[in-house]
Write a protein that binds this ligand. Structure first.
Ligand code: ADP
Ligand code: NI
Length: 217
């Protein structure tokens, strides 16, 4: 059993996530799921909102139906239904968990905004794990996995703060500008925004320091 405050996530669910995401080396494994769970708990504790069990279970399972990781999404859904049914979740609870998991992956593609508080909390918790020191490590690891350099050119480093509309270079650095530095503004919850502020400041500092070291300024 893994617990934080009032939430106890059945050990079968933790073992399922570990098994399903065992193959992943792009930052979606069990450690990511655990951090998202902890972020979600911090948000719920601070804000006194959210259904603890639904949010905790959704946080753990959120990457187990992801088109980037799995080809057969129907099969993933069926596995999750079986898992939760075996843990005595009701049909309505299972539907809600599935709805949260699928809706947050849509929102990551910016195609719609979330209205359910539980989904908003899981989404913020997932986004928090893409920023800050953890975010730097995940982005660098992801870039390395894809064979990409951290930066493309000195020009890219000289224009870190520019609001440019030039097409992204494809470097890992451009992922910070395109997505990671923008996540703070997209947070749904106050606690999420508060945690995001510090993490965003850290990323900006890190990028500035990196550029200064390369450019010797
Ligand atoms: P999640 O599904 O958990 O929200 P993503 O699949 O979008 O996360 O990305 C997983 C991790 O890889 C994140 O930390 C993200 O910042 C990083 N990542 C995704 N795309 C890129 C990219 N093009 N360059 C560098 N890092 C990336
Ligand atoms: Ni995730």
């Amino acid at each position: 059993m893994l617990s934080k405050m009032k939430v106890v996530v059945p050990k079968e669910i933790v073992a399922f996530v570990e098994r399903e995401l065992e193959f992943d080396h792009s930052g979606h494994g069990l450690q990511h799921a655990e951090r998202v769970f902890r972020n979600a708990c911090a948000i719920m504790e601070e804000e006194g909102r959210g259904d603890f069990l639904i949010v905790a279970v959704s946080a753990f399972l959120h990457d187990c139906i992801d088109h980037k990781l799995f080809e057969d999404l129907e099969k993933q859904r069926a596995k999750i239904v079986r898992l939760l049914d075996g843990c005595s979740f009701s049909k309505a609870e299972i539907e809600e968990v599935l709805e949260i998991i699928t809706s947050i992956s849509f929102s990551n593609q910016k195609s719609r905004s979330l209205t359910s508080v539980n989904a908003q909390i899981v989404c913020d918790a997932d986004r928090l794990d893409a920023i800050g020191a953890i975010g730097v490590v995940r982005a660098v690891s992801y870039g390395a996995l894809k064979g990409r350099g951290f930066y493309e050119s000195h020009t890219e480093l000289e224009h870190l703060d520019d609001e440019d509309d030039t097409p992204p270079s494809g470097s890992t650095l451009s992922h910070f500008k395109e997505k990671l530095l923008k996540l703070e503004a997209l947070m749904y919850t106050d606690k999420g925004r508060q945690l995001a502020r510090r993490r965003t400041r850290f990323m900006s500092l890190f990028l500035q320091e990196f550029a200064d070291e390369v450019l010797l300024e």
